[in-house]
Write a protein that binds this ligand. Structure first.
Ligand SMILES: NC(=O)c1ccc[n+]([C@@H]2O[C@H](COP(=O)([O-])OP(=O)(O)OC[C@H]3O[C@@H](n4cnc5c(N)ncnc54)[C@H](O)[C@@H]3O)[C@@H](O)[C@H]2O)c1
Length: 358
């Protein structure tokens, strides 16, 4: 391994570009980037700032790389992770890690056996305000958590004319809205509260029955009731068909002494509710060291989504170099998300409470 981490990217769409920026900002080198065709790979070389043109995944994995970033549609994650680990690389694989719990379990096992760093971008963990909320719960400031609730709402699939590979179960997996964004909400709620969701009662809904002339088999929305391992209860609404909501991940952790709420579309502040007074903690002002570690510019100069990715990749690279950064989402968290997704689909199908297996 050189001093600077050498990275390869597979998948050169929205996420491929976000990862490329994060690699550079973390001091890494984008060695090569591969899309679904040789032409898209060639076009991506300049756009993503890659060191050299590479046309195929096989060619990329043969180069002198430390880590592979997998940013392709969900169903291709498993074969690419297997190949990357077999080639001796560390892996950063986009969520959902896999399209079934069994497949995610296999990948987590392979990574552990190979002893490679294997992480999944649950990047909302990297907002300083989220770290502050987590710190307040862990330090006992908030008191015992009683309720977790919220929603993750988007509108980009609200119309019948909206389409994407995610709609197709063969490319996206059997769950769409929940596996795509619901897993982010659950990861965040569990990360902040320290609780784990142990059972779920879910309803899923496909509001748009056909898109692009094909029937739709994946859900546009899901509503989930749940219980946690430490006696809290909660609920979450997940939707990709809510007009006006672009990427509205909102979570409330209601504990005995205070409630904490975070809104991904206004991530610069944490709402802290009390019986006598409510407060709004502004990022960059008075955080704990756990949060201050992720503050990169002074208060009043907004940080955002790309900054979370930069911090996530920097921490993944620190792990590759032998460190153990607190709160780094790994394949174990990817497996957890797959187990939650399976339980949500099972519950919706059987119309019964289902235990989460993990
Ligand atoms: N962590 C996050 O916040 C976040 C946000 C958005 C998407 N994602 C995840 O990132 C992944 C990619 O999503 P996106 O929004 O970037 O999709 P996208 O459609 O914008 O890009 C996908 C890219 O993969 C390429 N591709 C498809 N099959 C390939 C293959 N077999 N080999 C090489 N390249 C291939 C396509 O040509 C395209 O460039 C998905 O798994 C998605 O769930 C994560």
């Amino acid at each position: 391994m050189t001093d600077r981490i050498r990275a390869g990217i597979v998948g050169v769409g929205f996420m491929g570009a976000v990862h490329a920026r994060a690699i550079r900002r973390s001091g890494g080198i984008v060695v090569g980037a591969v899309g679904s065709t040789p032409e898209s790979s060639r076009r991506a070389t300049g756009r993503l700032g890659a060191e050299r043109p590479v046309e195929t995944v096989g060619e990329l994995f043969e180069t002198d790389l430390d880590v592979v970033h997998i940013c392709t549609p969900n169903a291709s994650h498993a074969p690419l992770v297997r190949a990357a680990i077999a080639a001796g690389k560390h892996v950063i694989c986009e969520k959902p890690l896999a399209v079934s719990r069994a497949e995610a379990e296999e990948l987590a096992g392979l990574a552990a056996e190979a002893g490679v760093t294997a992480t999944v971008p649950f990047v909302y963990r990297f907002y300083p305000t989220v770290r502050e909320a987590r710190h307040r719960v862990a330090a006992g400031t908030s008191g015992p958590v009683r309720l977790l609730h919220g929603s993750y709402l988007q509108d980009w699939l609200a119309a019948e004319t909206d389409d994407n590979w995610r709609v197709d179960a063969a490319a996206g997996g059997p769950s769409r809205a929940f596996a795509d964004i619901g897993v982010h909400w659950c990861d965040l709620a569990e990360f902040v509260s320290g609780h784990r969701i142990v059972s779920v009662a879910a309803q899923t809904m496909t509001a748009v029955p056909s898109r692009g002339g094909r029937p739709v088999a994946t859900e546009d929305a899901a509503v989930v009731l749940f219980r946690t391992d430490r006696g809290a209860v909660g609920n979450v609404t997940i939707s990709q068909i809510t007009p006006g909501r672009k990427n509205r991940l909102w979570v409330s952790i209601d504990a005995e002494a205070e409630s904490l709420s975070f809104d991904q579309e206004s991530p610069e502040s944490l709402w802290i509710g009390g019986r006598e007074m409510n407060r709004q903690l502004l990022r960059g002002t008075s955080e704990s060291p756990a949060a201050a570690r992720y503050v990169t510019v002074p208060a009043g100069h907004p940080q955002g989504y790309q900054d979370c990715f930069d911090a996530f990749v920097a921490d993944s690279y620190a792990a590759i170099a032998g460190a153990a950064p607190d709160g780094l989402p790994t394949f174990a968290d990817g497996l957890r998300a797959a187990a939650l997704t399976e339980a949500v689909l099972d519950s919706a199908r059987t119309q019964a409470w289902v235990e989460v297996k993990s």
